[in-house]
Design a protein around this ligand. Structure first.
Ligand code: ADP
Ligand code: MG
Length: 322
């Protein structure tokens, strides 16, 4: 069992708490400062579930899992956990403060986004994911809200939110309806076993999204989105993809594959020419047009809510930040 309660004195004694910087269904994230050092952190307050039958709050077992995974992960593209406190009705995760906001927010404000830049973002997501997958951990909630920029220069991103993450092993099968409809893989929709490949599907959706400004499977209802996913019903609409390279489309097409065993793995993605050549600056860089990014905001404003079980995030445009 992972030790959750900090040995030292209480959270309130050690930290000053300031403004809210984000939230989910059962968690609120606030900026805080360690009194002894003046150093800033992000405190994620997760409400505990009081009884086994309650639907409010998060089961201790699930919080422990999030803590355990965060404690095991040490990578430049993954948020760092500093401390954990039990303050009664909530558990507080003291995390590294990531100040640059969400990736999509940053991208939508930029005048030009080159394919090279997009590929650079995806490469960093892959590097973080590679570290997790090496530990046989699947993130299972990869989406724009869970990718943050270290600063406004936009050079460095980190993955956050391990609330749905799972250790994948040969002995235990996980079949769960979880995640956010737009980004989940067919095996989630069809209640089939979750694997590391489940994350790779989400990487495909995020890449499609970043390059076009639209969402590949999003329907008018959750059911429609699910049936689009299950049928792998997407295409590269000329209106949004005429400027996108064939290599980029190939990268996406190899991820949006129904059979998880046939999807590209994180290792294979990292050596895909779209990632490699952009890294070496060999591709002519095309851009995502301003009007496409405007379309993004409109589409995402009407986007779906998560299926889940325990986390509900609003549409991204409506979310924060002051
Ligand atoms: P939930 O599990 O409820 O989705 P998250 O861990 O995703 O909670 O946090 C909710 C939001 O809070 C995120 O989308 C992000 O905007 C913000 N946030 C979370 N962790 C940090 C952090 N370490 N630094 C800055 N902002 C954060
Ligand atoms: Mg989240």
């Amino acid at each position: 069992m992972v030790q959750v309660v900090s040995e030292e004195s209480s959270f309130e004694k050690q930290f000053d708490v300031f403004e809210e910087i984000g939230s989910g269904q059962f968690a609120v994230v606030k900026r805080c400062v360690k009194k002894a050092t003046g150093r800033e952190f992000a405190a994620k307050f997760i409400r505990k579930r009081r009884t086994a039958s309650s639907r409010r709050g998060v089961a201790l077992e699930d919080i422990h899992r999030e803590v355990y995974i965060l404690r095991s992960a040490h990578h430049d593209n993954i948020v760092q956990l500093h401390d954990v406190f039990d303050i009664g009705s909530e558990i507080v995760l003291v995390l590294e403060l990531i100040k640059g906001g969400e990736l999509f927010e940053f991208v939508s404000q930029k005048e030009f986004l080159s394919e090279k830049e997009t590929s650079g973002f995806i490469r960093q997501i892959l590097l973080g994911l590679n570290h997790l997958h090496d530990m046989c951990v699947a993130h299972l909630d990869l989406k724009p809200e869970n990718v943050l920029l270290v600063d406004r220069s936009g050079k460095h991103i980190k993955l956050i939110d391990f609330g749905l993450s799972r250790h994948i092993s040969v002995d235990t099968e996980i079949r769960e309806l979880m995640g956010t409809p737009e980004f989940v893989a067919p095996e989630i929709v069809n209640f089939e076993p979750v694997t590391l490949a489940t994350d790779m599907w989400s990487v495909g959706v995020i890449t499609y999204n970043l390059l076009s400004g639209i969402s590949p499977f999003l329907g008018d209802s959750k059911q429609e989105t699910f049936s689009n996913i299950s049928a792998v019903d997407y295409y590269f609409d000329d209106e949004y993809f005429s400027h996108v390279s064939e290599l980029a489309k190939d990268f996406i097409a190899k991820l949006l594959v129904k059979d998880p065993r046939k999807r590209t793995t994180v290792d294979q993605c990292l050596i895909h020419p779209w990632i490699q050549q952009n890294k070496e600056d060999q591709l002519t860089s095309s851009t995502v047009k301003a009007e496409v990014r405007q379309k993004w905001k409109t589409v995402r404003a009407s986007a779906s809510h998560p299926i889940a079980v325990r986390r509900t995030l609003g549409p991204w445009v409506a979310m924060k930040k002051q």
